[in-house]
Design a binder for this molecule. Sequence first.
Ligand code: BMX
Length: 287
Amino acid sequence: MDQDRAILAVDIGGTKTLVALVAASGIIGEVTVPTRREDGPDHWLDAVAAAALPWRGQFVGVGLAVTGFVRNGLWSAMNPATLGIPADYPLIAKVEALFGLPAIAFNDAQAAGWGEHALGAGQGHDLVFLTISTGIGGGIVLQGHLLEGLAGHFGLAVDGDDNLFLEDRVSGRWMAAEARRQGQEVDARQVFAAAAASETWALDIVEGAARRVARLCRNIQLMLDPPRIVIGGGIGLANGFIERVRGLVAPPGQVPPVSICRAELGVHAGILGIADLARAKLLHAGG
Ligand code: BMX
């Protein structure tokens, strides 16, 4: 029964953590908990274990899609403002000890890119996935292969002469900070609501973020020429954002701009992608 071979799939982002039991047939159950930024990774993993308690004994491995950089089982922040992970945190060793099961970990956007390639908007074709969320993450699938390591960390490209990260001028945290600068104590969701109500201050913020993402899409087209760019993440999927980005992408020369589509798996792209990767890597021997 495919439930016997289910994976505990975990997506740890800078704002929230999604914990799900995923079988080959799809998601069996899921819980979202806040990522308590100030608590640190031991506590984040304890919260994952607590959320997974009802499914104990029902999964055979753990797949982690995490904001930040993972190499050799060690987890670090690229932008500590997105999430303050201590350098070289032994993520795989900790998770394997916590659950007594094998684990794998990928960057969250890379896992989501794989999810969209295998099961979502990519339909088996190459793509670049962008998550516009607490930060901006990216996953690149070229010739059917997911690029690992630093590949796709578009949010850390420096934007302008002041060396600020691109994501620090686009993300949900930036939107809230911009709103605050203009005397509005609101979060990113409320910025979108105010933009939908045609409030000028909010329209300016959303438009500024969309213009930068449009520029990024054009640069990605020039560098990688993927058949499509798939956009997800809380900001990316917010009302009207993708349409705005599409409207702002300048065509590179005389060729049409890259096709930009919405993540079909929505907020589940990361857990579905990491579950698929975990199934391939951890269960392969068992067929
Ligand atoms: C940052 C970086 C990426 C991540 C992206 C989106 C850190 C902690 N994260 O660029 O690894 O993919 O944010 O992350 O350096 P999210 O938390 O917004 O999903």
